[in-house]
Write a protein that binds this ligand. Structure first.
Ligand code: HEC
Ligand code: HEC
Ligand code: HEC
Length: 242
């Protein structure tokens, strides 16, 4: 048996060799095709909702018309969908890519996907979802919350020489406004981008929790601190106020 095998290996007929090559070739081509197909599909928002039907909420949320009345991830009305960063960024002239998809913001991390998958299968992935912060989303990659928005692909102009977000540049970017929401007047508030900029619900100017609303411009569709708080209490009645 082994002798026979040896002979066969030592003197493979040309035919056998080319047959092997053809089969290997087909397998490689098939694997590459599946791989490329998965890569291309994974880029599409439909991948997220097909793999996990709960994501449909987020796909519908993202797919809404820009600069129009719409709804948030919880079903609340939003007077201007541009107040939701996922909608605002979906199609943008400001970046090299004409259309941003889910995985541009939510860069896949396999440990995170496995964790979410387990939760999904075991039923501990209910709707409405608990809201995640940028630092929570980035923690899977060991990155800072700011890097969710300011990184080498997005809002790169806000990065300092050390490659991290520069709060001075951030404040500078909106300094012409009567009330600058990025002014670093109270560093002890230690706010995250997602404390104000919400992905799938109306963003909120949290400064209005203390500063008179009349002096603070509330961009179209955005909420005041109080409005945002009551929306979350309505959505999660049992939860403690943040
Ligand atoms: C206190 C609330 C608040 C926080 C925290 C905040 N922003 Fe903003 N940001 C705003 C508001 C309000 C605007 C104005 C939006 C508008 O007019 O549509 C804005 C606008 C922007 C813009 C557009 C600026 C322009 O050129 O008009 C960028 C980019 C931005 N923010 C990035 C960030 C990043 C990155 C972070 C986190 C490091 C962050 N923001 C944190 C409230 C905030
Ligand atoms: C512009 C960036 C951006 C895009 C594009 C985006 N998201 Fe998000 N996503 C966020 C942010 C920010 C949060 C944090 C929660 C929030 O602000 O609503 C989030 C949160 C989530 C969460 C966690 C649950 C929660 O509500 O906190 C899920 C699930 C999600 N997004 C799915 C998607 C899917 C699916 C798509 C594509 C259809 C998508 N996202 C597109 C920024 C984005
Ligand atoms: C917890 C309440 C509170 C919050 C939240 C808050 N502020 Fe203030 N802010 C104050 C108080 C009180 C003062 C006056 C005392 C001082 O200067 O610190 C003040 C003063 C300021 C000043 C100095 C000029 C002025 O108007 O008096 C600026 C600028 C400022 N805040 C910006 C902000 C910005 C931007 C935010 C949101 C990122 C914010 N504040 C959120 C309480 C707050």
């Amino acid at each position: 048996m082994s002798e026979e095998k040896q002979t066969a290996e030592k003197q493979p007929s040309g035919k056998r060799k080319s047959k092997k090559l053809v089969i290997t070739g087909i397998v490689v081509v098939a694997l590459v095709a599946v791989g490329v197909g998965m890569m291309v599909w994974h880029e599409q928002p439909s991948f997220c909702s097909t793999m996990c039907h709960i994501e449909q909420t987020y796909v519908d949320n993202y797919a809404q018309d820009q600069n129009a009345p719409g709804t948030d991830k919880y079903g609340h009305e939003v007077s201007n969908t541009n107040a939701m960063m996922a909608v605002l960024h979906r199609s943008t002239k400001a970046t090299a890519k004409p259309e941003l998809v889910c995985v541009d913001c939510h860069v896949p991390n396999f440990v995170e996907l496995a964790h979410d998958g387990m939760n999904y299968v075991s039923g501990s992935y209910p709707l409405p979802r608990d809201e995640r912060s940028a630092s929570g989303l980035q923690s899977w990659d060991g990155k800072t919350g700011e890097s969710f928005c300011a990184n080498e692909n997005c809002h790169v102009y806000l990065l300092g020489d050390d490659g991290n977000l520069s709060y001075a540049k951030l404040a500078d970017s909106t300094k012409t406004r009567a009330f600058n929401p990025h002014e670093q007047h109270h560093p002890n508030l230690s706010l995250e981008c997602t404390d104000c900029h919400k992905g799938h619900r109306a963003s909120t100017v949290v400064c209005t929790g203390c500063h008179e609303h009349e002096n603070v411009a509330i961009p179209d569709g955005w909420l005041t601190y109080d409005e945002s708080e009551s929306l979350m209490k309505e959505t999660f009645p049992g939860a403690q106020a943040a």
